[in-house]
Design a protein around this ligand. Structure first.
Ligand SMILES: Cc1ncc(COP(=O)(O)O)c(C=O)c1O
Length: 400
């Protein structure tokens, strides 16, 4: 009898975490490594949030809480959805978990049966397909390439839907491409979904606050109120409030689903960290001005990276609407040989040779389900970005 479960055989560890670890290991040996793999802001959690957490500790708010979130936080989440998204939810429709990741996982665990299909536009956040597999469902990736700005078209969505489709996972702005759907583009997708009442929508709005130029963020239940009863609107404080380590994510949706997610959580992790919940409460209810400051900072970095990558030989880098990622195409580099003698057979070989020969760590496109590309997280200093892009330019110039 095998010791490890059959379920485990279906999934693989997160490739983005693997790249980050590899870069850390290389740096530990004294190599000059620039890590552009990690998907987290490079600055610290705002002081008012840290102070709220310290107060919570001093006030003894260190015990178990309600499994899916303290009432104050749920109330603040309802206010956030109303204020920022025009969506009406009651606290009973809200769930709080240990990161946005657990929210998505709970929802899939609570709903998927063997054979249930989940449509996932590719490139996708690495965890979506594996979470679907862990929950016993079948991921259905649909390629949305550079020609459509990495966005799924209504015709593609229509074609992917079957009687077995249970969820459509929607992520805008996207990890890994930064692509954001305009209201009209999203409406065209929700029009398709209106025709298929068996399909639920999991909207992962994690990068809502990181949008640039005049891009307006919208969420499916907001654009099409007819989908409200079968949409789970997911979000979290990790990216917007520089709180990745605090592990707080949240969502709102139909009560029956929220209750089912609570059952999963009650038998696995119980409540998310009490102190982190008070910190998140301060994040959502305290001053919001640093969101605009961060947006401006990331926009400047996006422009820097897109500009420099497009000057690299063989790289085409679209300009994303949001998040802190770019997802350049490297078709013209495939089949070449690097200055260090590595054959660039695919994007994984590109990323490996780039790391070994220049010390720049990026995540190869195959990890996100669309090749040949790589993802850069530009949540690092301008100086590091400039240096990293210069090294990438040098690496590409050396391909023959
Ligand atoms: C698209 C997307 N959704 C969800 C998450 C999970 O966020 P959290 O750190 O809150 O679990 C991430 C984190 O990288 C993400 O990129």
């Amino acid at each position: 009898m095998a010791f490890l479960s059959d379920t485990l055989a279906r999934v693989k560890p997160s490739q983005t975490i693997a790249v980050t670890n590899k870069a850390r290991e290389l740096a530990a040996t004294g190599r000059d490594v620039i890590g552009l793999g990690a998907g987290e802001p490079d600055f610290d959690t705002p002081q008012n949030i840290k102070d709220a957490a310290k107060r919570a500790i001093d006030e003894g708010k260190t015990k178990y809480t309600a499994v899916d979130g303290i009432p104050e936080l749920k109330k603040a989440i309802c206010a956030k959805f109303k204020r920022e998204n025009g969506l009406d939810y009651t606290p009973a429709q809200v769930s709080v978990a240990t990161g946005g990741k657990q929210i998505l996982y709970n929802a899939l665990m609570a709903t998927l049966n063997p054979g249930d299909e989940v449509i996932i536009p590719a490139p996708y956040w690495v965890s979506y397909p594996d979470m679907v597999l862990l929950a016993g469902g079948t991921p259905v990736p649909v390629a949305a390439g550079i020609e459509t700005g990495f966005k799924l078209t209504p015709a593609q969505l229509e074609a992917a839907i079957t009687p077995k489709t249970k969820w459509f996972i929607f992520n805008s702005p996207s990890n890994p491409t930064g692509a954001g759907y305009t209201r009209d583009e999203l409406k065209a997708l929700t029009d398709v979904l209106m025709r298929h009442p068996q399909v639920w929508i999991m909207s992962d709005d994690m990068y809502e606050h990181l949008v640039f130029d005049d891009f307006e963020f919208t969420s499916p239940a907001q654009v099409e109120p007819g989908l409200y009863d079968r949409t789970l609107t997911c979000n979290g404080v990790s990216k917007a409030y520089a709180m990745t380590g605090w592990r707080i994510g949240y969502c709102a949706g139909p009560v029956e689903l929220i209750k089912a997610m609570g059952t999963i959580q009650s038998q696995s992790t119980s409540n998310p960290c009490s102190v982190s919940q008070y910190a998140a409460l301060e994040g959502l209810t305290g001053p919001q001005d640093f969101l605009a400051t961060n947006r401006a900072l990331f926009q400047r970095r996006r422009d820097l990276v897109v500009g420099m990558l497009n000057e690299a030989k063989g790289i085409v880098c679209p300009k994303p609407e949001g998040a802190f990622y770019v997802y350049p195409d490297i078709s013209a580099c495939i089949g070449k040989t690097s200055a260090g003698g590595a054959v660039i057979g695919d994007d994984e070989a590109f990323a490996t040779a780039l790391l070994e020969e220049t010390g720049v760590a990026v995540v190869f496109g195959a990890a996100f389900g669309l090749s040949p590309n790589f993802r850069i997280s530009y949540a690092t200093s301008d100086e590091q970005l400039r240096e990293a892009c210069a090294r990438i330019q040098g690496f590409c110039a050396g391909l023959s």
